[in-house]
Every structure is written in C-alpha cells, then in structure tokens.
Design a protein around this ligand. Structure first.
Ligand SMILES: Cc1cc2nc3c(=O)[nH]c(=O)nc-3n(C[C@H](O)[C@H](O)[C@H](O)COP(=O)(O)OP(=O)(O)OC[C@H]3O[C@@H](n4cnc5c(N)ncnc54)[C@H](O)[C@@H]3O)c2cc1C
Length: 374
C-alpha cells in the first residue's frame, strides 16, 4: 500500500497551490480524476485579478496572495504571472445607485478607484455605445493572470519539493484505520495522515465519501464565448456592466464575453446553454457598436460558493485530519497563492504569518466551522 503524509484530492488551482506550499514540509500525493490538471473550472476562467470586486475575507485573501504574483520565487515561471490591464465598470441610465454603493464600499480599500467621464471611457474602449452609458468607474490595478504559468508553476514546484502528482486517478472514498485515512484511488489503496479536499464543485461529494458532513457548497454555472472582432483587440481591458454582471475583455487578440450568469448546478462537466450564449450576444450588441458575426469558442464552468460567499480553509470540525480548501467562487485563481499558503500554515499547525495578521485574516474566520453556526 502506498503511504503519504498528505493526500490532496483535485488538481485544479486550489489543490495545486496547496500542494506547492505543503510539499516542502510534508510528503504530498495529489490526485486528479481527469487526464489533465486544468480541465474543469481552472481552465475556464476569465483570468482576472481584482480586489475591488470583493470585500471581507475574500478581499483579504486576494491581497495576501498579491506579493506572490508580483515577485514569485526565482524559477517559478518563465513569464510574468500578471499584467496590469485596468477595469472599466459602467451602468446604464437608472443604475446610478449601483455605482454609488460600489464606490462607497470599494474606495476605502481600493484608493486608485475613480469615477471617469463617458468621454474617457470611450477613449479607452472606442466601441462602447455612448447612449447606453450613464456613469463609469475605473480601477487601474485590475490585472490579467497567466493562469497556465501559475498552475504549471505550482505543479512543478510541488514535484521539485519531492511531492507526486497523478492524473486519471479518481478518489473513490476513504475510511479511518489506526489513526490514518485509508483511501481508494483508482484500484489502489493509499494511506495518508491528512486528506485535503480541493475538489471544487465536487468537494461536498468527496467529504461524503469520507463520512465528513458536507458544507452545503453551491456550484453556479457561468458562461463565456469568444469571437474575432476583425481587429487586434488585445488592448481591451475588462469592461463590466455593473447591474447585470455582463462583461467583456480581451482574450489574446479576440474578445471574450460573458453574460455574468450564475445558475445553480449539480457538480458536472458544465456546458454552455444556448439561451445564455444568446443573452451574451444580445447584451454585447446592445452595449457596444460591434456585431458578433461568428463565435470562435464557447464554454461554461462552475464557480463554487459557501453560503456566506467567502472562502473556506480549515480542518473539518467533525472529522480528524480532513482539511477543506473550497468556496473560492469567482476568485479561485487570484486567491490561489493566498489560499495555498493559508492551507499550509493550518496543516502544519503553525501560526499565520504577520502579513495575514495585518490583513485581519484569522483561522476562525476561515474555518468551515463558521458555516455550521449559520
Ligand atoms: C467563466 C468563469 C470565469 C472566472 N473568472 C475568474 C477570474 O477572472 N479570476 C479568478 O480568480 N477566478 C475566476 N473564476 C473562478 C476560478 O476559475 C475558480 O475559483 C477556480 O478555478 C477553482 O479551482 P479549483 O481547483 O477549486 O476547482 P477545479 O479547477 O474545478 O478543480 C477541482 C478538480 O477536482 C477534481 N476532482 C473532482 N472529483 C475528484 C475525484 N473523485 N478524484 C480526483 N479528482 C477529483 C476535478 O476533476 C477538478 O479538476 C472563473 C470561473 C469561471 C467559470
């Protein structure tokens, strides 16, 4: 029987980042059911970094991970992990209250957030439809993440520290035996001191297979498409309509568009619904002066939330040595360096570092036990 200190279930960004920060201190085996590591939500994101769109714990975890993006360890990646793009956020007539509420909440922790004129917005994105814009905010700190470089960097680092990663390795269940977990992976038995549940939309299912109470996580489907606008669109920053959640941005030289949908879904290989694609096309053509003639690609992914929409990192209150790292919702890529470091500290039983304390991050707030109390 294979033995390891820590068995991580899920090879998306959450499992990979946790593995990266744990592997220098403990033996790690990371298992991923699919034949590739980014097949599910991690490979389907919009790749944005922002702190203005979040509040509370989520924002603190985003900020905690920021130094890693700016200065990753030497050799982590051969390209910069992020590139500043800015973020244009607007409302149509009638949406002014949304602008004011967002500004009042976000400005204190995002001092560079500012209101800009419609003329200035059109200088930045000339194909916005002027008649559809009432008020505009601009956040210069918003950045684009190189998700593949980040994900591969975590996996490479995990292996370099002596950890092991496996694809096509499905976790089927685990029981307690002599103070350890005995887990079934494919047709193999693995003994582990600790199980880390980083299975995204499937995390509650994984818990159930270990006899651990689920957290009531909610996967929500979000849809996206890309199309070629007929010019190099790589200069286009993320542009959000703040009331509906609709947004578009550059994806390389083409444009990515999302209706901002968040339809509850069972854990699955999410696929785009025709209606959501039609809504995205209609919104884009209403809010801009560009037609969408032909789609280049379309997809959907599951963003998974805890009931308070804040991230969860911590040991299950009802089972020994079962660590949750879930509930990243729409920010699992940008929170990954922070979540991974927090998971490693909790797993090792060491206090969170000074930077976490300065941001007010505390293990009680992060813990899954908070959800039982709701
Ligand atoms: C359209 C869209 C836009 C987004 N935009 C952004 C953005 O701009 N910025 C941002 O930070 N985040 C964004 N997100 C959110 C982000 O993508 C997610 O929060 C993040 O990818 C979640 O990572 P994860 O590792 O938890 O989940 P996943 O990537 O889904 O990984 C979980 C893994 O667990 C595996 N697994 C499940 N069951 C088992 C089993 N039994 N055995 C073995 N393996 C198993 C799955 O196969 C899967 O690979 C977006 C998401 C979507 C859908």
């Amino acid at each position: 029987m294979l033995k390891t200190d820590v068995l991580i279930i899920g090879g998306g960004i959450a499992g990979s980042s946790a593995g990266y920060f744990i592997a220098p201190h403990r033996g790690v085996l990371l298992v991923e059911r699919e034949t590739g590591y980014g097949y599910h939500t991690t490979g389907r994101s919009a790749a944005e970094w922002t702190s203005a769109h979040f509040h509370g714990l989520m924002q603190s975890v985003v900020l905690y991970g920021r130094p890693f993006f700016d200065a990753p360890p030497v050799g982590f990646a051969s390209v910069p992990l992020m590139r500043r793009r800015g973020n244009v956020m607007f409302v149509r007539a009638g949406g002014e209250e949304t602008v004011e509420a967002f500004y009042a909440e976000a400005k204190p922790s995002n001092p560079t957030l500012e209101e800009i004129s419609v003329d200035r917005a059109l200088e930045i994105v000339p194909f916005l439809r002027r008649s559809e814009i009432s008020r505009v905010l601009y956040e210069p700190e918003n950045a684009e993440i190189d998700v593949d470089a980040l994900h591969q960097g975590f996996l490479r680092g995990l292996r370099a520290a002596g950890g092991e990663t496996r694809t096509a390795a499905e976790f089927h269940g685990a029981e307690r035996h002599g103070g350890c977990w005995r887990a079934r992976i494919g047709d193999e038995l693995v003994e582990a001191t600790t199980i880390v549940d980083a299975a995204g939309a499937w995390a509650d299912d994984i818990a159930g297979k270990c006899g651990v109470a689920p957290l009531g996580l909610e996967p929500r489907r979000r849809t996206a498409l890309t199309f070629d606008p007929g010019f190099d669109a790589s200069y286009v920053p993320p542009v959000d309509e703040m009331v509906s959640g609709f947004y578009f941005k550059a994806s390389g030289p083409v444009l990515m568009v999302s209706p901002g949908d968040q339809t509850p879904s069972a854990p699955c290989d999410a696929q785009p619904e025709e209606l959501d694609i039609a809504i995205a096309v209609d919104q884009f053509e209403t809010l801009t002066t560009l037609p969408i003639k032909r789609l280049k690609s379309q997809w959907a992914g599951l963003r998974t939330f805890a009931s308070d929409e804040q991230p969860v990192v911590g040991f299950a209150p009802d089972a020994p040595q079962f660590l949750w790292i879930v509930g990243q919702g729409g920010g699992g890529i940008m929170t990954s360096p922070g979540m991974g470091q927090l998971a490693a500290s909790l797993l090792r039983g060491v206090p969170l570092d000074g930077a976490a304390a300065e941001l007010g991050i505390d293990p009680v707030q992060l813990s899954p036990a908070r959800l039982a109390a709701r």
